[in-house]
Write a protein that binds this ligand. Structure first.
Ligand SMILES: Cc1cc2nc3c(=O)[nH]c(=O)nc-3n(C[C@H](O)[C@H](O)[C@H](O)COP(=O)(O)OP(=O)(O)OC[C@H]3O[C@@H](n4cnc5c(N)ncnc54)[C@H](O)[C@@H]3O)c2cc1C
Length: 280
């Protein structure tokens, strides 16, 4: 029997932009006022943003964005995003006081195994935004957290946005100097796993890193989860546009909707995308 989708409270709320500024050439940081229902998001959940029309850009469908940070007490929700097309260009044009309809929180979040004392995150590009909420969560739970963060170049690297005032052990790798090559990342991760085997690994943002982590985590017997960034339309489980293949325990292939059965899945269950490389 396929699992039924969880029932969870979701709001479609009008949120007011507080701030929307450039972090660097590639990424922007959006801060909005939002009702408590939308702010009440777990690490790994996302919201579906109705990007307003701007000039010739009239994004038809909503765009999914991971919740980077929330402050339910102040009614704040934050996103880190990469401007890649009409939807994110429209977000980039938002000014303080503008409003955006946000549907969420949606999807499953990350689960830290009970008894875990050390966790490791492996993020590529905008996967930083999806995995960053694990940093304050680890601090709250008293866990040690290490991070391997892969970016195109030091100019794209969002260290302080990832750290958020905490002190995770960070290993930064870049395309610009070749340190993000999978073989070099493998050597680095092997060294880290031998030195101090983490109790769980979380990843987002790269199919190549997913494949590598599936192999290494099987070898070192480390449980893990991956957050998938699949293009989606309704984000409510109806349109089936975000279906991905997953391996079940008996080895058969099952099809799961990333929007509502994910975006977070067991690391070993996900069938990697064919021929996929790093995400943006
Ligand atoms: C659960 C989830 C969480 C996400 N969180 C973030 C986030 O925190 N920050 C962020 O910057 N982005 C995030 N994304 C990706 C973001 O939704 C897309 O970049 C955005 O929808 C692109 O819209 P656009 O109109 O600007 O670009 P489009 O014109 O729709 O696309 C521009 C290019 O990006 C590619 N693209 C579009 N959507 C995706 C996608 N989902 N995955 C991979 N490639 C895509 C297209 O194929 C095209 O090449 C997330 C996606 C998902 C599914």
């Amino acid at each position: 029997m396929p699992p039924t989708s969880a029932v969870f409270p979701v709001a479609n709320a009008r949120c007011t932009v507080i701030d929307n500024r450039r972090v660097n050439e590639r990424y922007r940081h959006l801060v909005m006022d939002a009702p408590a229902t939308v702010c009440d998001a777990k690490a790994g959940q996302f919201v579906h943003l109705l990007c307003p029309p701007v000039g010739a850009d009239e994004p038809f469908l909503r765009r999914p964005m991971s919740v980077y940070r929330t402050d339910p007490a102040r009614g704040r929700i934050e996103f880190l995003y990469n401007v890649v097309g009409s939807g994110t260009r429209s977000l980039a044009a938002l000014k303080a006081g503008d409003t955006v309809m946000a549907l969420g929180p949606l999807g499953s979040g990350f689960t830290i195994p009970s008894g875990a004392r050390t966790v490791m995150v492996v993020a590529r590009g905008v996967g930083f935004a999806t995995l960053a909420p694990l940093v304050p969560l680890a601090a709250l739970l008293g866990l040690r957290i290490g991070a391997l963060l892969s970016s195109r170049s030091p100019e794209d690297f969002m260290r302080s946005e990832f750290e958020q005032g905490e002190a995770p052990e960070i290993h930064a790798v870049f395309d610009s100097d070749g340190s993000s090559d999978v073989s070099r990342v493998e050597a680095l991760l092997r060294g880290l796993f031998v030195r101090a085997r983490p109790d769980a690994v979380f990843t987002c943002g790269s199919n190549r890193l997913l494949v590598l982590l599936q192999r290494l985590c099987a070898e070192f017997d480390i449980p893990g989860e991956v957050a998938l960034e699949q293009q989606m339309a309704c984000a409510l489980g109806v349109c089936l546009c975000c279906v991905r293949s997953l391996r079940s325990r008996d080895g058969s292939i099952e099809h799961r909707r990333v929007c509502c059965e994910g975006p977070v899945f067991d690391l070993q269950a996900v069938v990697p995308a064919a021929g996929g490389g790093h995400a943006r």
